[in-house]
Design a protein around this ligand. Structure first.
Ligand code: ZN
Length: 256
């Protein structure tokens, strides 16, 4: 989940400020009243990601469960996430794009999703909002016939996530496919009961221990994001352990 948000957006502060500790989320009473998300009838599920790791961080356990239930998966990488380390002296943006394309394949293998269709749309990282019409048009045929389309939450306070969510929602609507949004950065910038979050639309996907273990193994495939590329601040990990912890809890959340 590339941090780069483009210059001058109001999003950078929310993401770069210190985040909410996972222990605070774990202690939250709101989990108790949250409905369980009913998995769709067997068919093809399309999961759209702004960057190649959003879908596993936000929804990897659900993807493992769907694969176990016999669903076919189409995974759409809107960007290659080539902008996560813009000043790196270790990897160029082009090299990083290929590294990350390899990481998502490994992560999906580790989740046990079989042989999913992976579609790379190669829109520019941090600038998805400049290409929403193009994205929507690319997503419409991919979403056609899907029993579920899932995409980043349209209020995740990351411009790429929000633009991807908006485009996917419109594409799903155009073909009459059910749609769900998954948050990624929410767990960092929000607090329990945060009024900016539509908790009344939230549903949880409970993950059994075996599914959690597969997700943990999958998330560990994103070496370029969870470990430094090298010494120096330009090579720092995008997702240090306290961020990764949000995505290793025993449930995931979607907004319906
Ligand atoms: Zn992302």
């Amino acid at each position: 989940m590339t941090v780069g948000t483009g210059d001058g957006t109001p999003y950078a502060d929310a993401i770069q400020a210190p985040g909410t500790a996972e222990s605070i989320w774990r202690a939250w009473g709101g989990w108790e009243g949250m409905a369980e998300f009913p998995l769709p009838p067997r068919g093809r599920v399309v999961v759209v990601a702004a960057h190649p790791d959003d879908e596993v961080l936000g929804l990897g356990g659900a993807l493992a469960r769907l694969a176990d239930a016999g669903h076919r998966l189409t995974v759409v990488s809107v960007t290659d996430g080539e902008g996560s380390h813009p000043d790196s002296e270790v990897l160029s943006p082009h090299e990083l794009a290929e590294v990350r394309a390899g990481e998502i394949r490994t992560a999906l293998e580790r989740l046990g999703t079989g042989d999913p269709e992976i579609v790379r749309l190669r829109l520019p990282d941090s600038h998805v909002c400049d290409h929403e019409k193009q994205l929507r048009e690319a997503l419409v045929p991919l979403c056609s016939g899907a029993v579920l389309v899932a995409a980043p939450w349209t209020a995740d306070l990351h411009s790429d996530h929000e633009a991807t969510g908006r485009s996917a929602r419109e594409a799903a609507r155009a073909v009459g496919a059910p749609f769900a949004e998954y948050p990624v950065w929410l767990w960092h910038w929000a607090r329990p009961d945060d009024p900016r979050v539509p908790w009344d639309r939230a549903a949880r996907v409970t993950l059994a221990a075996g599914i959690q273990a597969r997700k943990r193994h999958a998330v560990d495939a994103f070496a370029s994001q969870i470990r430094p590329l090298g010494p120096g601040p330009a090579e720092a990990a995008i997702l240090p352990p306290d961020e990764v912890a949000h995505h290793l809890r025993p449930c995931e959340v979607v907004f319906l």
